[in-house]
Design a protein around this ligand. Sequence first.
Ligand code: PHE
Length: 328
Amino acid sequence: MDLKELNQIRETALAEASGAADAAALEAVRIKYLGRNGLLPEVMAQLKEVPNEKKPAFGKGANQLKQELGALIKERQGELASGTKKGEAFDSSLPGQWPALGSEHPISKVTARITEIFQTLGFTVADGPDVETVWNNFDALNTPADHPSRDEQDTFYLENGDLLRCHTSPVQVRYMEAHKPPVRIIAPGRCYRRDTPDATHSANFHQVEGLYVAENVSMADLKGTLSYFAKQFLGEDVKIRFRPHFFPFTEPSFEVDFFFEVGGKSRWIEILGAGMVDPEVFKKVGYDPDKVTGFAFGMGIERLAMIMYGIKDIRMLYENDVRFLSQF
Ligand code: PHE
Protein backbone atom coordinates (compact mmCIF):
# COMPACT_ATOMS: atom_id res chain seq x y z
CA MET A 1 0.00 0.00 0.00
CA ASP A 2 1.28 3.44 -0.82
CA LEU A 3 0.25 7.04 -0.22
CA LYS A 4 -1.85 7.16 -3.34
CA GLU A 5 -4.01 4.28 -2.18
CA LEU A 6 -4.26 5.83 1.24
CA ASN A 7 -5.54 9.00 -0.40
CA GLN A 8 -8.19 7.08 -2.27
CA ILE A 9 -9.38 5.49 0.95
CA ARG A 10 -9.42 8.93 2.48
CA GLU A 11 -11.61 10.39 -0.24
CA THR A 12 -14.18 7.62 -0.20
CA ALA A 13 -14.27 7.50 3.59
CA LEU A 14 -14.91 11.25 3.88
CA ALA A 15 -17.49 11.16 1.08
CA GLU A 16 -19.34 8.28 2.71
CA ALA A 17 -19.31 9.98 6.09
CA SER A 18 -20.66 13.28 4.79
CA GLY A 19 -23.24 11.49 2.62
CA ALA A 20 -24.62 9.31 5.43
CA ALA A 21 -28.37 9.98 5.44
CA ASP A 22 -29.09 8.95 9.01
CA ALA A 23 -27.44 7.94 12.25
CA ALA A 24 -27.46 4.24 11.38
CA ALA A 25 -25.75 4.80 8.03
CA LEU A 26 -23.16 6.98 9.72
CA GLU A 27 -22.49 4.33 12.34
CA ALA A 28 -21.98 1.81 9.55
CA VAL A 29 -19.39 4.12 7.99
CA ARG A 30 -17.67 4.50 11.35
CA ILE A 31 -17.48 0.74 11.85
CA LYS A 32 -16.32 0.23 8.26
CA TYR A 33 -13.32 2.52 8.68
CA LEU A 34 -12.60 3.02 12.34
CA GLY A 35 -14.04 -0.17 13.86
CA ARG A 36 -11.77 -2.80 15.38
CA ASN A 37 -11.75 -4.79 12.12
CA GLY A 38 -12.15 -1.68 9.99
CA LEU A 39 -10.07 -0.40 7.11
CA LEU A 40 -7.91 1.96 9.09
CA PRO A 41 -6.57 -0.59 11.57
CA GLU A 42 -5.83 -2.70 8.53
CA VAL A 43 -3.91 0.16 6.96
CA MET A 44 -1.97 0.60 10.18
CA ALA A 45 -1.13 -3.08 10.17
CA GLN A 46 0.34 -2.70 6.71
CA LEU A 47 2.68 0.00 7.88
CA LYS A 48 5.42 -2.54 8.54
CA GLU A 49 5.41 -3.49 4.88
CA VAL A 50 5.96 0.05 3.74
CA PRO A 51 9.57 0.77 2.74
CA ASN A 52 11.47 2.47 5.54
CA GLU A 53 12.02 5.79 3.84
CA LYS A 54 8.25 6.11 3.16
CA LYS A 55 7.15 5.05 6.60
CA PRO A 56 7.03 8.50 8.25
CA ALA A 57 4.91 10.08 5.48
CA PHE A 58 2.59 7.09 5.30
CA GLY A 59 2.20 6.83 9.04
CA LYS A 60 1.46 10.53 9.26
CA GLY A 61 -1.14 10.31 6.48
CA ALA A 62 -2.86 7.36 8.13
CA ASN A 63 -3.01 9.13 11.46
CA GLN A 64 -4.37 12.28 9.87
CA LEU A 65 -7.07 10.30 8.13
CA LYS A 66 -8.08 8.66 11.38
CA GLN A 67 -8.43 12.03 13.08
CA GLU A 68 -10.11 13.74 10.16
CA LEU A 69 -12.66 10.98 9.71
CA GLY A 70 -13.32 10.80 13.44
CA ALA A 71 -13.99 14.54 13.57
CA LEU A 72 -16.21 14.48 10.51
CA ILE A 73 -18.29 11.60 11.89
CA LYS A 74 -18.74 13.49 15.16
CA GLU A 75 -19.87 16.61 13.33
CA ARG A 76 -22.33 14.63 11.19
CA GLN A 77 -23.72 12.99 14.32
CA GLY A 78 -24.48 16.44 15.69
CA GLU A 79 -26.03 17.60 12.44
CA LEU A 80 -28.21 14.54 12.12
CA ALA A 81 -29.37 14.91 15.73
CA SER A 82 -30.27 18.61 15.40
CA GLY A 83 -31.65 18.46 11.86
CA THR A 84 -29.57 21.41 10.63
CA LYS A 85 -26.49 21.07 8.55
CA LYS A 86 -23.45 23.03 9.62
CA GLY A 87 -23.09 26.12 7.45
CA GLU A 88 -26.53 25.62 6.00
CA ALA A 89 -28.74 26.87 8.85
CA PHE A 90 -28.91 30.20 7.08
CA ASP A 91 -30.96 30.10 3.90
CA SER A 92 -30.21 33.35 2.10
CA SER A 93 -33.18 32.86 -0.23
CA LEU A 94 -35.71 33.19 2.60
CA PRO A 95 -37.43 36.59 2.90
CA GLY A 96 -36.06 38.72 5.72
CA GLN A 97 -37.80 38.89 9.07
CA TRP A 98 -39.01 42.40 9.79
CA PRO A 99 -39.44 43.47 13.38
CA ALA A 100 -43.14 44.03 13.99
CA LEU A 101 -43.71 47.78 13.82
CA GLY A 102 -46.17 49.24 16.27
CA SER A 103 -48.62 51.95 15.31
CA GLU A 104 -49.14 55.32 16.89
CA HIS A 105 -51.78 55.24 19.62
CA PRO A 106 -54.85 57.36 18.78
CA ILE A 107 -54.28 59.38 21.97
CA SER A 108 -50.71 60.16 20.86
CA LYS A 109 -51.91 61.03 17.37
CA VAL A 110 -54.53 63.50 18.55
CA THR A 111 -52.15 65.01 21.12
CA ALA A 112 -49.46 65.47 18.47
CA ARG A 113 -51.88 67.17 16.09
CA ILE A 114 -53.16 69.58 18.76
CA THR A 115 -49.59 70.37 19.84
CA GLU A 116 -48.54 71.01 16.27
CA ILE A 117 -51.36 73.49 15.67
CA PHE A 118 -50.63 75.53 18.80
CA GLN A 119 -46.93 75.51 18.03
CA THR A 120 -47.67 77.36 14.79
CA LEU A 121 -49.14 80.10 17.00
CA GLY A 122 -45.97 80.32 19.07
CA PHE A 123 -47.05 78.14 21.99
CA THR A 124 -44.30 75.98 23.49
CA VAL A 125 -44.82 72.66 25.24
CA ALA A 126 -44.60 72.57 29.03
CA ASP A 127 -44.74 69.55 31.28
CA GLY A 128 -45.56 68.65 34.87
CA PRO A 129 -45.61 65.50 37.00
CA ASP A 130 -48.62 63.22 37.47
CA VAL A 131 -48.13 63.33 41.24
CA GLU A 132 -48.91 66.87 42.35
CA THR A 133 -49.17 68.90 45.48
CA VAL A 134 -52.57 70.02 46.74
CA TRP A 135 -51.29 73.57 46.28
CA ASN A 136 -50.58 73.21 42.58
CA ASN A 137 -53.66 71.16 41.79
CA PHE A 138 -56.19 73.13 43.89
CA ASP A 139 -55.09 75.99 46.18
CA ALA A 140 -53.08 78.02 43.68
CA LEU A 141 -55.88 77.48 41.21
CA ASN A 142 -58.23 79.28 43.58
CA THR A 143 -60.18 76.11 44.31
CA PRO A 144 -61.62 76.44 47.84
CA ALA A 145 -61.16 73.70 50.42
CA ASP A 146 -64.84 72.78 50.24
CA HIS A 147 -64.96 72.51 46.46
CA PRO A 148 -66.52 69.16 45.45
CA SER A 149 -63.61 68.23 43.18
CA ARG A 150 -61.32 68.19 46.24
CA ASP A 151 -63.43 65.44 47.78
CA GLU A 152 -61.71 62.11 48.33
CA GLN A 153 -64.49 60.63 46.27
CA ASP A 154 -63.25 62.46 43.22
CA THR A 155 -59.50 62.77 43.61
CA PHE A 156 -56.85 60.14 44.35
CA TYR A 157 -54.87 61.23 47.42
CA LEU A 158 -51.56 59.69 48.36
CA GLU A 159 -50.58 58.85 51.94
CA ASN A 160 -48.08 61.70 52.06
CA GLY A 161 -50.82 64.23 51.30
CA ASP A 162 -49.97 64.69 47.62
CA LEU A 163 -52.40 63.61 44.93
CA LEU A 164 -52.68 62.39 41.38
CA ARG A 165 -53.51 65.52 39.42
CA CYS A 166 -57.15 65.62 38.31
CA HIS A 167 -56.44 68.01 35.44
CA THR A 168 -53.42 69.50 33.64
CA SER A 169 -54.11 72.96 35.11
CA PRO A 170 -51.39 72.61 37.82
CA VAL A 171 -48.87 72.95 35.00
CA GLN A 172 -50.12 76.56 34.70
CA VAL A 173 -49.12 77.13 38.31
CA ARG A 174 -45.73 75.44 37.96
CA TYR A 175 -44.93 77.36 34.82
CA MET A 176 -45.96 80.77 36.10
CA GLU A 177 -44.11 80.24 39.40
CA ALA A 178 -40.95 79.49 37.40
CA HIS A 179 -41.24 82.01 34.56
CA LYS A 180 -41.94 85.71 34.23
CA PRO A 181 -44.70 86.80 31.83
CA PRO A 182 -45.30 86.71 28.93
CA VAL A 183 -46.03 82.96 28.82
CA ARG A 184 -47.58 81.01 26.03
CA ILE A 185 -47.65 77.26 26.68
CA ILE A 186 -49.60 74.14 26.08
CA ALA A 187 -49.24 71.16 28.38
CA PRO A 188 -50.43 67.74 27.28
CA GLY A 189 -50.55 65.06 29.94
CA ARG A 190 -52.21 62.33 31.92
CA CYS A 191 -54.88 63.04 34.55
CA TYR A 192 -56.64 60.96 37.18
CA ARG A 193 -60.11 60.97 38.69
CA ARG A 194 -61.94 58.50 40.84
CA ASP A 195 -64.47 57.63 38.17
CA THR A 196 -65.96 54.19 37.85
CA PRO A 197 -64.91 52.98 34.41
CA ASP A 198 -67.65 52.67 31.83
CA ALA A 199 -68.01 53.39 28.12
CA THR A 200 -67.33 57.11 28.59
CA HIS A 201 -65.37 57.25 31.89
CA SER A 202 -61.89 56.17 32.79
CA ALA A 203 -59.96 56.72 36.02
CA ASN A 204 -57.08 57.99 33.98
CA PHE A 205 -57.33 60.10 30.86
CA HIS A 206 -55.48 62.85 29.01
CA GLN A 207 -55.84 66.60 28.66
CA VAL A 208 -54.09 69.37 26.83
CA GLU A 209 -53.82 72.56 28.84
CA GLY A 210 -53.27 75.96 27.25
CA LEU A 211 -52.15 79.21 28.88
CA TYR A 212 -51.40 82.62 27.43
CA VAL A 213 -50.44 85.47 29.75
CA ALA A 214 -49.18 88.89 28.69
CA GLU A 215 -50.22 92.53 28.80
CA ASN A 216 -53.69 93.16 27.40
CA VAL A 217 -54.67 89.60 26.57
CA SER A 218 -58.42 89.69 26.00
CA MET A 219 -61.45 87.51 25.38
CA ALA A 220 -61.02 88.34 21.70
CA ASP A 221 -57.60 86.66 21.79
CA LEU A 222 -59.12 83.59 23.40
CA LYS A 223 -61.86 83.40 20.79
CA GLY A 224 -59.47 84.02 17.92
CA THR A 225 -57.02 81.41 19.15
CA LEU A 226 -59.65 78.74 19.69
CA SER A 227 -61.42 79.35 16.41
CA TYR A 228 -58.09 79.17 14.58
CA PHE A 229 -57.40 75.91 16.36
CA ALA A 230 -60.87 74.53 15.52
CA LYS A 231 -60.46 75.32 11.83
CA GLN A 232 -57.00 73.81 11.64
CA PHE A 233 -58.12 70.76 13.52
CA LEU A 234 -61.47 70.05 11.92
CA GLY A 235 -61.61 72.13 8.73
CA GLU A 236 -62.80 75.55 7.58
CA ASP A 237 -66.50 74.76 8.04
CA VAL A 238 -66.31 74.26 11.79
CA LYS A 239 -68.13 76.76 14.00
CA ILE A 240 -67.48 77.41 17.68
CA ARG A 241 -69.65 78.74 20.49
CA PHE A 242 -68.96 79.77 24.07
CA ARG A 243 -71.39 78.79 26.85
CA PRO A 244 -71.01 80.47 30.25
CA HIS A 245 -69.69 78.08 32.85
CA PHE A 246 -67.78 78.13 36.13
CA PHE A 247 -64.20 77.19 36.93
CA PRO A 248 -62.54 78.46 40.13
CA PHE A 249 -59.40 79.50 38.23
CA THR A 250 -60.96 81.48 35.38
CA GLU A 251 -63.35 84.43 35.33
CA PRO A 252 -65.34 84.57 33.16
CA SER A 253 -65.40 80.84 32.38
CA PHE A 254 -66.84 78.98 29.44
CA GLU A 255 -67.50 75.64 27.98
CA VAL A 256 -66.67 75.73 24.31
CA ASP A 257 -68.55 73.66 21.73
CA PHE A 258 -67.45 72.95 18.17
CA PHE A 259 -70.02 72.43 15.40
CA PHE A 260 -68.77 69.84 12.93
CA GLU A 261 -69.70 66.73 11.04
CA VAL A 262 -69.62 63.41 12.86
CA GLY A 263 -70.85 60.28 11.14
CA GLY A 264 -72.41 62.28 8.28
CA LYS A 265 -74.27 64.69 10.57
CA SER A 266 -73.17 68.11 11.83
CA ARG A 267 -73.83 68.85 15.48
CA TRP A 268 -72.55 70.86 18.46
CA ILE A 269 -70.07 68.92 20.55
CA GLU A 270 -68.54 70.13 23.80
CA ILE A 271 -64.77 70.18 23.33
CA LEU A 272 -63.12 72.21 26.06
CA GLY A 273 -63.22 74.38 29.13
CA ALA A 274 -61.73 77.85 28.96
CA GLY A 275 -61.72 81.32 30.43
CA MET A 276 -59.77 84.40 31.41
CA VAL A 277 -57.25 83.62 34.16
CA ASP A 278 -58.72 84.67 37.52
CA PRO A 279 -56.71 87.51 39.13
CA GLU A 280 -56.59 85.38 42.32
CA VAL A 281 -54.49 82.81 40.44
CA PHE A 282 -52.07 85.54 39.32
CA LYS A 283 -51.68 86.66 42.93
CA LYS A 284 -50.95 83.10 44.10
CA VAL A 285 -48.17 82.61 41.56
CA GLY A 286 -46.67 86.06 42.12
CA TYR A 287 -47.93 87.83 38.99
CA ASP A 288 -49.38 91.33 39.22
CA PRO A 289 -53.03 91.16 38.07
CA ASP A 290 -52.94 94.90 37.34
CA LYS A 291 -50.19 94.37 34.79
CA VAL A 292 -51.06 91.12 33.04
CA THR A 293 -54.13 89.31 31.85
CA GLY A 294 -54.42 85.91 30.27
CA PHE A 295 -56.56 83.08 29.05
CA ALA A 296 -56.44 79.38 29.77
CA PHE A 297 -58.15 76.34 28.37
CA GLY A 298 -58.16 72.61 28.85
CA MET A 299 -59.48 69.90 26.59
CA GLY A 300 -59.98 66.16 27.01
CA ILE A 301 -58.12 64.07 24.48
CA GLU A 302 -60.07 60.83 24.82
CA ARG A 303 -63.32 62.50 23.86
CA LEU A 304 -61.75 64.09 20.81
CA ALA A 305 -60.15 60.81 19.75
CA MET A 306 -63.43 58.95 20.22
CA ILE A 307 -65.35 61.49 18.16
CA MET A 308 -62.77 61.65 15.40
CA TYR A 309 -62.26 57.92 15.03
CA GLY A 310 -65.78 56.79 15.91
CA ILE A 311 -64.63 54.87 18.98
CA LYS A 312 -67.66 53.86 21.03
CA ASP A 313 -66.00 52.74 24.28
CA ILE A 314 -63.21 54.69 26.02
CA ARG A 315 -61.87 51.46 27.52
CA MET A 316 -60.73 50.30 24.10
CA LEU A 317 -58.09 53.03 24.28
CA TYR A 318 -56.46 51.28 27.23
CA GLU A 319 -56.76 47.60 26.41
CA ASN A 320 -53.74 47.65 24.09
CA ASP A 321 -55.35 45.20 21.72
CA VAL A 322 -53.18 45.39 18.60
CA ARG A 323 -56.16 44.49 16.40
CA PHE A 324 -57.75 47.73 17.57
CA LEU A 325 -54.61 49.87 17.73
CA SER A 326 -53.29 48.89 14.31
CA GLN A 327 -56.32 50.55 12.69
CA PHE A 328 -55.11 54.08 13.34
N1 PHE B 1 -59.10 72.17 34.22
C1 PHE B 1 -60.43 72.22 33.66
C2 PHE B 1 -61.03 70.83 33.66
O1 PHE B 1 -60.34 69.88 33.92
C3 PHE B 1 -60.40 72.75 32.24
C4 PHE B 1 -59.97 74.18 32.16
C5 PHE B 1 -58.64 74.49 31.97
C6 PHE B 1 -60.88 75.22 32.27
C7 PHE B 1 -58.23 75.82 31.89
C8 PHE B 1 -60.52 76.52 32.18
C9 PHE B 1 -59.19 76.83 32.00
O2 PHE B 1 -62.20 70.63 33.42
